[in-house]
Design a protein around this ligand. Sequence first.
Ligand code: AMP
Length: 325
Amino acid sequence: MSQRIVFPTIIAPSAFPGVDAPQSLLVSGTVAYDDIITPKASGKRLLGGSASYAALAAAFFTDSRLAGIVGGDFAEKDRKRLRSHGVDLDGLHTEAAGKTFFWSGKYHENYNHRDTLETRLGVNAEPRPPLPEAWRETQFVLLANDAPTLQLAVLGQLHEPRFVLADTMNLWIETARKDLLRVAAHANLFVLNESEAELLSGESNLFFSGRKLLKETGARSVLVKKGEHGALLFHREGLFALPAYPVTDLRDPTGAGDSFAGALVGVLAALGRSDFTALKLAMLYATAVASLTVESFSCDRLESAGVTEIESRAAALREMTRLPG
Ligand code: AMP
């Protein structure tokens, strides 16, 4: 199991007087096999999926529970990879007669844009058993990228969660907008990338689109990811911007958004809080973790990374953003 980052030792007590009790995190989403083509290399049947990346990232900070479904083709070694990193798989259902969600994507020359070549839902389209009884009380929840109907089905089983982060992608904005807006209305934090925010809001200016989503979706806050340009948080108490960690060893951007989201709610759950200050600190660690994910294919770098590397990237980001005075 990976080591954990322990917050009371690294945060200024003045910023967080009396850190609350750490909470577990429930991550629901896809567990997948991915075929990936990048400008320099490619890989086949790599362990991926929104929930795999997110749950692994979250496990650096708190107890991470993964809810999802896989087919009979899901390899025991991949189950072991998730477990050995500390991810609780009691909510990962196996539908032995079906196939695991499959996605293939190809990145453009600058790694910023990608085309989805194929999405095969497999067992992800099948009905699944309810969440484990004890998990329904989980206070911090990540609805990682998945069909909005499935995200709503998870929400419907939870008993008044304190904080819900909802993630999505262009496919669902285009094909399931109405259900997606129902998900967003329940979210404490609704996360999208820049082009998705434009697509959903109809605004091409980033500030206009973030503000419009905050005003019109019902989400309590909205975070727009801008790849190597960082991320912007639109919160009722104000705006917060953070650059990305400058990665020079970029190999495969897949999972950057998922691991960002996983680490972000992982930090909030570890702190047991979700106010504006906590969200800023969570963005710092989410940015550090996402920068590691993209340095290798699949979840490899998330597994090899240690607490020291995450801490040192978080420290570098603090330094990069420090202003005189
Ligand atoms: P990201 O690069 O953060 O957008 O996440 C990529 C991961 O999301 C891949 O591992 C895919 O298996 C998974 N994925 C791709 N398409 C979908 C989809 N429509 N719904 C849920 N997960 C998806």
